[in-house]
Design a protein around this ligand. Sequence first.
Ligand code: PLP
Length: 470
Amino acid sequence: MNYDQARWTEGEEVYEPHLAEKRSTEVAVADSPLPDDLTRDELDLPDLSEPELARHYTRLSQMSYGVESGPIPLGSCTMKYNPTFTEDVAALPGAGTHPDRSEGTVQGSLELRYRLQEYLAAIGGMESVTLQPPAGAAGEFTGILVAKAYHEHHDEERSEIIVPESAHGTNFASAALAGYDVVELPSAEDGRVDVEALRAAVSEDTAALMLTNPNTLGLFERDIEEIAEVVHEAGGLLYYDGANLNALLGRARPGDMGFDVMHYNVHKTFATPHGGGGPGAGPVGVSEALAPFLPTPQVRATDSGYETFEPERTIGKVHGFAGNWLVLVKTYAYIARLGDAGLADASAKAVLNANYLASRIDYEIPFSPFHHEFVASAGRDAADVARRMLDYGVHPPTTKWPEAVDEALMTEPTEAETRDSLDHLARAFDRAAADSDADLEAAPERTAARRIDQASAARNPRLSWQALDE
Ligand SMILES: *Cc1c(COP(=O)(O)O)cnc(C)c1O
């Protein structure tokens, strides 16, 4: 398979889409019932016909790369393919109900919410689940607020949350945003939690320990039961960062390991759209003791159907209405289609694919045995190796994190890739490794956008054609 990304340049001699020529579009405002200060006489819009517009967006898509172009093996991000049948389900005429409709007229939507709460609770080994948080980080924040409300209800003043150094950056941020002091826990030599260091870190100030298992190196925390005991004995709670459940699905449950509260990223584990700012969803599951503090409303089953209710000591709302509702419809469709056996099969293949890919590449992988992802060391600038991989027609892995591996390439192929696709990915890894420093420094050469100035792109993003025009 060869790769050359399309490079369209709009607005030059041969093709003139008049993007820069704005037309002042007269708007009929005479009969407007709106007050004058809320209306305007013209709109600053490009003057384009429908075919021009369709072609513009098609060209943009050809200059881009998505999971429908090839694999995106971003470790931790779990960029699995989103099956299109879930879009069909979310597009059913009955799916998009108005959130203010009376409950008696939306029993189907309520049933779906109820069943999804139950599915996720069963998958995580939790008692109750809220579907409201709109992203993983929002789920973490919600989960920590629930934990905080629990401690406050028991008249406990606890000021610290312990987070291992290998944790996702959002864990530190969520704990801090909820008003806690963050205590960073160093890892042991083998990349796992150092249980002795944990013993030394816990105290009557410990509100919770936030943990990912398998951790960001793909390693399973074998001592999880002992870890849970240490935290619980100190009166703290165990938070599970379940953004990426791909190694556990249908096989092991955070609730059974001793976790009290967790979030799920449906846009990582349950094949709903991902990236570009969402929308995603980050449901939160809790143990029985924490259930009264969940956001409101929750859905329950009654003898005559389904209804919403307010948990007894709710922390309130973290999103309007039911959260990102149509994303949740897709989540439900995906889980229902796969079923228990399908979910367990997905995790088996995710782990097999990561291990197969690792066995095919010529890179040092310092930590093992890993599960759904592995972290290879690039041996030189990981970002340059990643840019070179773009030239070989694949999306590169996550770079330079976690820091326990020098010049990290954190790689997660997901269960969706075939053996051919994994072999292609492996060739891209190895060809980039064999290329000269000069090749790497010139990369990428075959993409629509060449080497970009990342700092300016982040600081001065031009996200609209007006901004580009200026
Ligand atoms: C992606 C991720 C998050 C955050 O999820 P968002 O939906 O991006 O907010 C948290 N923890 C881990 C381990 C993740 O991979």
